[in-house]
Every structure is written in structure tokens, then in C-alpha cells.
Design a protein around this ligand. Sequence first.
Ligand code: G3H
Length: 498
Amino acid sequence: MDHPDAHSTLKASLLALFPEEHQIAEDCRILSPLHQRSILLDGEMHVWKGKTRPVHSPMCVRGADGSLTHVELGSYPMTGTAEADAALAAAERAYDHGRGQWPTMSVAERIACVQNFTNQIIARRREIVNLIMWEIGKSLADSEKEFDRTIDYINATIAELKQLDNGNSRFQIVDGTIAQIRRSPLGIVLCMGPYNYPMNETFTTLIPALIMGNVVVFKPPRFGVLLYYPMLEAFRSAFPRGVINIVYGQGNVVVPHVMASGKVNVLALIGSSQVADQLKKAHPKSNRLRAVLGLEAKNAAIILPDADVELTVKECIAGSLSFNGQRCTAIKMILVHQAIAERFLRRFCEEIGKLRIGMPWEKGVTLTPLPEMNKVAYMNDCIADAVGQGARVLNEGGGTSVETLFYPAVVYPVKEGMKLYREEQFGPVVPVAPFEDIHTALEYVISSDHGQQVSIFGSDPDQIASLVDPLVNQVCRVNINCQCQRSPDIFPFTGRKD
Ligand code: G3H
């Protein structure tokens, strides 16, 4: 935005989006802060008297003078290495080298425990959804979707296990050898999920790990800790003691400590490659440790000259900006053919102008406050770096921010050497680069360190087919004329490369 008046007008309207306290809908309010003072260890709730960490929301309330105050959500225990050791010891006892009650239980009994747990958390859906919304700023509709999708995932996991178990009961006779081939648990699984899907992504490793007979030590993500408080009693009562143990506290102290014990058999982490590297190295027995990882991604959209512009714009908006671009699967780079770039960008910016920005409980809202307090500075840094090297912000108001509200920016043309070209921005900045020769777009994907998904937009089936073949060996899902995404959750979801 070139005009200083327009800039201050947008800033004023962003400020006005933060409500005064009385304007928050009754049923969405945090009535009183949730101060968690109990921890679940070895099947029992213990009162925590040690240090705690306050939790503030990305949402603020606006005072009469225009000042903004982050809403206080509560606090949680800052447990340390002593509690982590106790959690590991409880998990070890519960597993008992594979001889414990849980790993030797019948599949039907384990399923019954998971169903009991699921029924208990369904009864607390509203509370949990409200905490997801307040802790990470996800829209109410998407927070509800996250909860419901997780329940579907649990049910699908149960169905899958039943099928697996049926298959396992058969005997095979090969060359005179009679065999029963079964999957077995691995031991202690350390589960850690990300803040953008604090419930769903955590449960996509935690539930399969548990239901197969493993025992779990679980660390909630950086943002999205309190939402587990209403689940503590369900964890305690649905599973035998020590099967599930939760650790809190300073992640970079507690988690390496847990790994250094050498007692973890599986690291299930959805987070950064840097953390994964450190944690794997902290484990003294590298051959014992298995790692199930979901790391950074930088999914590209490749827009061919004959793409349907309206469809492409719609999918690229959803792909790059739903939940403010804070999805691992988000489209984080748009590569558009020069012949269509002008038309695409004009419509793309127009549609961004129609997106609703505001508080997550507002109907139809897409853009909401960002939970990471330093995110706005990083977004601005990325934009300044690109602008300094010759790019422009194309959309009106792009990059304007007030506190945690950041108005999305479309940055063009982005080139090699700019941060936005290779870094995973994980936020509402959309880098766009033009290409003339399709090999330039392919080369971008080939030379990327990331290998999760790609989207191709075009209308010539032969050309699309000729791109699918080289791309399937670069990424794990090639989407045609639609955004990148994880769902349907029954499909394989993984990544390759670094
Ligand atoms: O952030 C990673 C999520 O698993 C993405 O799921 O593509 O369905 O939003 P989604």
C-alpha cells in the first residue's frame, strides 16, 4: 500500500477487530482462567505445587483507550526432568518388556479402552473446542472440525486394527513352514504434535501407538496445552496405569532428557527437522530408536497457461491462506506461467480482499490472530527481504499488522536468493514466482529440500500426465486442480527428502 492514509485506515480497522470485553459472545467466553494444578503420572492425579507457566491467547481485548491486552487463559505445570523420569519409569513398568497388562491385552480389550476414552472426551467436546480456539486462534468452525475429524480418525484406526487383526489370525503355510505373522508393539513411544493441529495431529500418532499396545509419554505442543486438561480424567480412567503419561515444561530441557535416557523406542514427532535432528542424536542407541516424523513442508502450486483461473484462484486461496497459512500442507509457493500470471494475480488479490479477517468465533472468518508472538516480525522480515531484492507486495494493504492480526501479503516476483523462495513461512504471506519454461517449475520442486505435496493446475490432460510422472518421485502426493491437503485422512500422508 503506497498511500500513508490508506495504511493508517487499515491499521485502525485491524485494531477495531479486537473486541472490547463485553463484545465477546457469551457462549465463546473464557469465563475464568483455567489454572491446571494436577498432573497425570503413573495412573494417578498428583497435585502440582511447583512452578507454572501462564497461558495467554493470541486474541486481545481492546480497552477504551485503544490499548490491547492478551486474554489470560490460565496456566499449567512446568514439570521438569524429575517428573519426566517418573513418567518414563511408569511407562517402563506398564510395558514391562512387553509383558505388561497393556501390551498383552487382547485387541478387543484395547479397543474397548480407546472407545471408553473417546466417549469421555466427546462428552467434553465444547470445552475442548473452545480451548483450541482460544489457545491457537483457529476459527470456531475449524476448531470444531479438528475435534470431529480426530474422533473420525480414532474410529477409522479402530476399524483398521480390526481388519488387521482378522488377517493376523490366519496361518500361512509356505514351503512346509507354518507361520502366524503379527504386528507387535515396540515399547515406549514419545509423542509430540504441532501447535497448528494441537489435538488432531497429536492423536494421529498417539492413538495408533496406544492401540497397538505401546505405552506413551506425551508432551503437548507449545500452544495448545490447556485443551488437554479436560481430557486428563479420561486418560486416567480409560487406560491401565502408566500406559499414558504426560510431561510439560521447558521442551528443550525435558525432551532431550527423555531421549537421553535411551528408554524411548519410538519418536513420533510432528515438528521441525532441527528438533528431530537434536532428539535423534540425544538417544544413545540409534539402532533401537525408530522415528515417525512429520517435518517442514514448502508445497508448490504449478499453474499452467491453460489453467481455469477461477478454480485455480479458489484453490490457491484455500491452499495458501486457510488458518492463516499455518498448515504443514499449505501452498507456500505459487509458480505461475507468465502467460497467465497477470490474470491470475489480479483475481487472486481481488479474492483476498474479500476474505473475512477477525476473531475466530465470528462466522465466516478465515484470517485470525497468530499464536506465535514473533510471527508478525518474521513475516515482515520476509517481505522486507523480498522487497529489498526487487519484489513488490501486490495486494492492497498486504503486510499491514496490528499486534497478532496480520493482513495477508502477496509478494511478486519472488526469486532464488530471497527468504520466501525456500523458507517455510508458515503464515499469511504468499510468494509467487513466474516461469516461462515448465522445467523451471519442475526444477524448483526437484531442488527443494522438502518433499510433501504439489498441486498442478491446468486443463490439458496430456501435459498434466507428463508432469505427474516426474513429480511423484519428488513428493508424496500430487494434487490435480485442487489445493494440497492431508484429508481424506484415510489416504497415506507422508513426506520425503529432508
Ligand atoms: O498441518 C498439517 C495438517 O495435517 C494438515 O491437514 O491439510 O487437512 O489441513 P489439512
